[in-house]
Design a protein around this ligand. Structure first.
Ligand SMILES: [Zn+2]
Length: 135
């Protein structure tokens, strides 16, 4: 099982949408996470969207683009004059690790950024309502 946020191996953290009725098939859908960090980022996003993801394809595309610079730097370290077939096993594993790490870091950071932005918005809205006596 993979982490729903960063795709690392899940390690016992999970989320299900308790807003669905008890016997609803939708309630059976659940997500697994590698860490409290990923679980927290995801649950904040799900709370905001009421259980529906918002355009994850665009986010994943941005995460892939975030891999380009670290991948290029790693290729330069290993020797830019080589073809992929010339790399030894360890060199290929280093390339994979570089890409996976950059992808995961971007995905987690993006989820955290979205959650922080939403939290700031709602805190400002609440402060504004308190100031005019609506709360
Ligand atoms: Zn994760």
């Amino acid at each position: 099982m993979r982490c729903a946020v960063c795709c690392r191996q899940a390690r016992g953290f999970g989320y299900f949408n308790a807003r669905w009725p008890y016997r609803s098939a939708a309630r059976d859908e659940s997500w697994q996470f590698c860490s409290m960090r990923c679980q927290h980022a995801f649950s904040q996003l799900m709370d905001k969207t009421e259980g529906y993801m918002i355009d994850p394809t665009e986010m994943e595309r941005a995460a892939m683009q975030a891999c380009l610079k670290p991948l290029g730097e790693r290729v330069a370290e290993l020797g830019i004059d080589q073809t992929l077939a010339d790399y030894h096993r360890d060199g290929v594993l280093q390339l994979i690790e570089t890409v996976v790490t950059a992808y995961q870091d971007h995905m987690v950071a993006e989820h955290e950024r979205l959650a922080a932005r939403e939290r700031a918005y709602f805190e400002a809205l609440r402060a504004q309502r308190e100031a005019v006596g609506q709360i």
